[in-house]
Design a protein around this ligand. Sequence first.
Ligand code: SAH
Length: 257
Amino acid sequence: MLQNIRVVLVNTSHPGNIGAAARAMKNMGLSHLVLVDPVAFPSAEAVVRASGADDILAAAQVVSTLEEALVGCSLVLGTSARDRHIPWPLLDPRECAVNTVERAGQGVQVALVFGREYAGLTNDELQRCHFHVHIPSDPQFSSLNLAAAVQVLTYEVRMAWLAAQGQPTKMAKQENRPEVDAQLVTADELELFYGHLESTLIEIGFLDPERPRHLMSRLRRLYARSAISRLEMNILRGILTETQATARGLPHKRRSE
Ligand code: SAH
């Protein structure tokens, strides 16, 4: 079950932090590490700081975009040391871990995403997340070392996982639900939907690409909150396709059939 949880490090500058994050993960029983465009990797310094968790480094997946790192994930949690422009559903590490373990127990792929040492995650990257997670540090000095932040979250995941061992009933009941309506959409499917939604809104004149304001961000936040199932996504995509057809003056699909 812990294998369904991946730790994603975005554009890390210091290879030592990658090694220390791998060590933190291995201590807590996690093994799936994804590196998005690391500045220096592989690296001897990472291996030194991993101190024995080099198997995790060796198996790490290296990709060039966050989008690739999130393929197949239906729950994406992005960590942030500070408040952002658009407030997003926010969890503390404990709530994050309970959610993560519950979903992973249902077979859902979950991603815990960590940002750059100097700049964190961009707004764009944070908007790909269902929830934001903030470690309640002192607001006067809120930013933890990257690997320390990984340690806090993975520790909470382990605690939630240990607690769940004692009470498997709820998770066991929800496991293996094959119905399409119970399957959550993945991050990559959601991105395709957002692309479709944006182009449709531009086409019908609701969204002005010259003055987008925060419309797409707000819509992303709305849908991120909704835990959309595959069936629901198909309905939404169908509505967009029909909207576009109508805007283009094409015959109505049902009528033309
Ligand atoms: N200057 C950056 C700090 C980045 S710290 C900023 O203002 O965002 C590097 C990474 O460690 C962050 O992107 C986040 O993934 C994690 N991190 C550090 N402090 C954190 C905190 N208090 N809560 C959650 N994540 C934190």
